[in-house]
Design a protein around this ligand. Structure first.
Ligand code: NAD
Length: 409
């Protein structure tokens, strides 16, 4: 199933539950605008570098489009469109005043020099600057892009439209960024995990957790969950995984993976493959690396009773069905990893007001938004007997459909 089909699958199930008309379903599934631009730049060796850039603007009924910008060799219209629609549902479920967008350039950024990366970014802005802006569409970092890329975008955009730092979020703190953004997604994953466990009348104390991915989301989720009392027993990255049933020493593992370039080979832990990690006998599993990792076979062999999706789209729809049948609770990506977009929203608000928030304020407001979103989804799941995923889509689609109706066509 392609990415767009997977999102449409959940959308259609939740839309049927809501009783949406076919015309409204078509309207909500179709992106408002899809942009594809040629982005050619002079390379360091004097030759022309040819690249293609994309921006899909899915829905703006609740506010400006919002979503990341990805630099990756596999970026294409289908993937960008699926991720743009996921952003519509994600921003709606956590109730921030945005619609969904996503973009990217088909390129391997590791193969570009810093100068080439800057020229590529500035050329892309020259191509699309009339279609983005703090009140129109607000990109953010995603795979292959970072705060530096956002700083170049803001700088290039200002040449056409004047000082508007709110045109992108995820900027460096020294250049109108916000404190706490780096850790926001991982902290949100941990907050949501704690909320689910609380609803089961338990605490995280001593619960075992396996995490796939030791990058931004994985490592920060691990740190916060450990701080809440959970026992992190397995972690993996692109090099493979490590498993220690009595718990991993996160500080040592972080030091080791920095020096060795990955977690593989860490002593006092057993080596496991990325696939094995997903079926370890643990209480909680957090996929926080790639999409499409939980297949039907893995779902059948899964021992964890709670999955919190840090990564986008980690579970195939067919696998999701199996997990539901087996009574495994899955907190969907659009809710679980929404911490980043929530704090991006605070950054944008801060930029519009030219005012700085403190770290404590950011943490308090993020926690409050995530807990409110979780409460709402949980209540709908219980009252309508839906999985948390379908309940999250239900809440999101209901909000977007209502805004569309109220705004008029
Ligand atoms: P990252 O680049 O910081 O880390 C990715 C991790 O995945 C690394 O540890 C890497 O080694 C590992 N990895 C890469 N290829 C792998 C493979 N083949 N098998 C196993 N592990 C592999 O990325 P991140 O920001 O932590 O994002 C992780 C996921 O979370 C992505 O799906 C991303 O879309 C999603 N996400 C991130 C944010 C955010 O704010 N960073 C927000 C929402 C969703």
């Amino acid at each position: 199933m392609k990415s767009t089909e997977a999102v449409a699958y959940y959308f259609n199930k939740a839309a049927a539950e809501l009783g949406l008309s076919d015309n409204m379903k078509t309207l909500l599934l179709t992106p408002e605008r899809s942009i594809k631009v040629e982005v050619s730049i002079p390379m360091d060796n004097g030759e022309i570098g040819n690249f293609v850039g994309y921006r899909v603007q899915h829905d703006s009924s609740r506010g400006p489009f919002k979503g990341g910008l990805r630099y990756h060799p596999q970026v294409d219209t289908d993937e960008v469109a699926a991720l743009a629609s996921l952003m519509t549902w994600k921003t709606a479920v956590v109730d921030v005043p945005y619609g969904g967008g996503k973009g990217g350039i088909q390129v391997d950024p590791k193969k570009l020099s810093r100068g080439e990366l800057e020229r590529l970014t500035r050329k892309f802005v020259q191509r699309i600057h009339d279609f983005i802006g703090p009140k129109i569409d607000i990109p953010a970092p995603d795979m292959g892009t970072d705060g530096q890329v956002m700083a170049w975008i803001a700088n290039e955009y200002a040449k056409f439209h004047g000082f508007e730092p709110g045109v992108v979020t995820g900027k460096p703190v020294e250049l109108h960024g916000i404190v706490g953004r780096e850790e926001a997604t991982g902290r949100g994953v941990a907050t949501i995990t704690r909320e689910v466990v609380k609803r089961q009348g338990r605490t995280l104390d001593g619960m075992s957790v396996a995490i796939q991915g030791f990058g931004n989301v994985g490592s920060i989720s691990a740190r916060f969950l450990a701080g809440m009392g959970a026992k992190i027993v397995a972690i993996s990255d692109v090099t493979g995984g490590v498993y220690a049933p009595d718990g991993l020493d996160l500080e040592e593992l972080t030091k080791y993976s920095k020096s060795a370039g990955g977690v593989k080979g860490f002593s006092h832990a057993k080596y496991v493959t990325n696939e094995e990690l997903l079926t370890l006998p643990v209480d909680i599993l957090i996929p926080a690396a790639l999409g499409d990792v939980i297949t039907t076979e893995i779902a059948r062999n899964m021992k964890a009773r709670l999955i919190v999706e840090g990564a986008n789209n980690p579970t195939f729809p067919e696998a999701d069905e199996i997990l539901n049948k087996n009574g495994v609770i899955v907190v969907p990506d659009i809710l679980a990893n929404a911490g980043g977009v929530i704090v991006s929203y605070f950054e944008w608000v801060q930029n519009l007001q030219n005012f700085r928030w403190t770290y404590e304020q950011v943490v308090r407001e993020q926690d409050s938004k995530m807990s409110q979103a979780f409460d709402k989804v949980y209540e709908v799941a219980k009252s309508r007997n839906l999985s948390l995923r379908l309940a999250a889509f239900y809440v999101a689609i209901e909000r977007v459909a209502k805004a569309t109706e109220l705004g008029g066509f």
